[in-house]
Design a protein around this ligand. Structure first.
Ligand code: MN
Length: 419
């Protein structure tokens, strides 16, 4: 039996007003072809199919056409979907009964009986059990811990742990000898949010990405997934990776970059092959690159030189420009805009979708202000300024500050800067 694990499609996502729908269409076409060529029996999607609770029409159409296309084909025989923190529950719930008739199971909220989350899937003479747990929201978890003196994060963690422990027990009771797969959409401790190397030598994913990926949920220790599970199919983290723990715990990662910070991720799906009641192999299946995401940093003169040097993939590359000039120049923005206009008219292989300007020797009054708040001017970003201001807010407690900051990061991510 062949099982494919994917997650975090974020259909409907825009990158600084640039619609990624074509990137998503390209991936779904590849996925449809791959599933049928390889005769995949079961497809697992571990949350965040959509980017928002109310995705644009184009994204919904793309998703519906994808499901319809798969339904007409022989493979997969079944699809199991869990809800992520970005998916709106109502949106996922409405078609649940229709999807069920098409052999598509959707877990969009925690049911009273955990048994309802266990799906028995049979293909030929092989059977697997899948425990499909959606993104667990605070209200799902608060029920299980009634002691008000317990810290919310501790209560959430122990709530999640209890759910997976009970799920393992119930799956064993259902069919002890069958291979067992647990699904989830959550943040696990020890997860890597960093990429090994980038073109500019940046080693880290910017801080701004962390709170978004973590959501409002406490992170769990990988030890909450007992060895009863043969494989844990996770979503929520966009960098594909295996988590060390009692069993095979994997994030499939997002199938394409969703921000410039993710430009060097190598996107994949995980292929799980089961033979004779056991997992025989877990393979990383590379997803073809539709386009390159490129960050260019330097003076306007340097950017102009660099901008003409990329190879073309299936679609034009998307470029983020970080202009860094020494001395303050009030005309730089208009000079850059002019050149960008020319650049877009003169070629078809790249599109500049984001830009920012930093003056390292800026001597205007702003300098004093930012020095006072200990912001290094080279790191002068809206996020840093907001963070510094928030630190001065004596009337807010730490938890509120954390929540306000997360909300700001989410807004900042969705807002076009300097355009
Ligand atoms: Mn998520």
């Amino acid at each position: 039996m062949k099982i494919l694990h994917t997650s975090d499609w974020h259909l409907g996502k825009k990158l600084h007003q640039f619609d990624l729908l074509e990137d998503q269409r390209y991936f779904l076409q590849w996925l449809t072809d791959y599933i049928n060529e390889q005769q995949i029996n079961l497809l697992l999607i571990a949350g965040d199919i959509f980017d928002t609770a109310h995705p644009p029409m184009g994204a919904q159409e793309l998703y519906n056409n994808f499901l319809a296309q798969l339904f007409k084909a022989n493979y997969p025989e079944k699809i199991i979907i869990t809800d992520g923190n970005h998916d709106g529950r109502a949106n996922m719930r409405v078609p649940k009964s229709i999807l069920k008739a098409l052999n598509i199971d959707v877990a969009c909220q925690l049911e009273e009986e955990l048994d309802e989350h266990i799906i028995t899937f049979q293909s030929g003479d092989e059977t697997v059990l899948v425990g499909a747990i959606p993104f667990l929201r605070d209200q799902d978890l608060r029920k299980s811990v009634s002691d008000p003196t317990i810290e919310p994060e501790v209560a959430i963690r122990s709530g999640i742990e209890t759910i997976y422990a009970n799920l393992a027990e119930k799956m064993t009771a259902r069919l002890a000898e069958a291979p067992k797969i647990a699904m989830g959409h959550l943040y696990t401790q020890g997860v890597k949010l960093e990429i090994p190397e980038t073109e500019e030598g940046d080693q880290k994913v910017p801080d701004s990405e962390r709170p978004i990926q973590m959501g409002h949920q406490a992170s769990v220790n990988s030890s909450i997934f007992p060895a009863t599970f043969d494989y844990v199919a996770l979503g929520h983290i966009h960098l594909p990776q295996q988590i060390s723990g009692p069993t095979e715990i994997h994030y499939s990662g997002a199938p394409y970059p969703l921000s410039f910070a993710e430009r060097n991720y190598k996107s994949q799906c995980n292929l799980i092959t089961i033979k004779g009641q056991k997992i025989q192999a877990i393979d990383k299946i590379r997803i073809p690159v539709y386009r390159k995401f490129i960050t260019l940093k330097g003076t306007l003169a340097e950017i102009k030189l660099k901008a003409d040097q990329f190879e073309t993939f299936t679609a034009p590359s998307l470029i983020e420009v970080k202009l860094v000039e020494k001395d303050y120049d009030p005309l730089l923005r208009s000079r850059f805009d002019e050149w960008r206009e020319e650049f877009h008219q003169s070629q078809k292989h790249a599109i500049i979708v984001k830009s920012s300007i930093v003056f390292t020797h800026d001597s205007r009054d702003a300098q004093q202000l930012f020095q006072k708040h200990q912001i290094n001017q080279q790191e002068f970003t809206a996020e840093k300024v907001f963070q510094a201001r928030l630190e001065l807010a004596v009337d807010l407690d730490e938890l509120t500050k954390k929540e306000v900051l997360e909300a700001f990061f989410t807004l900042a991510e969705n807002t076009t800067k300097n355009d």
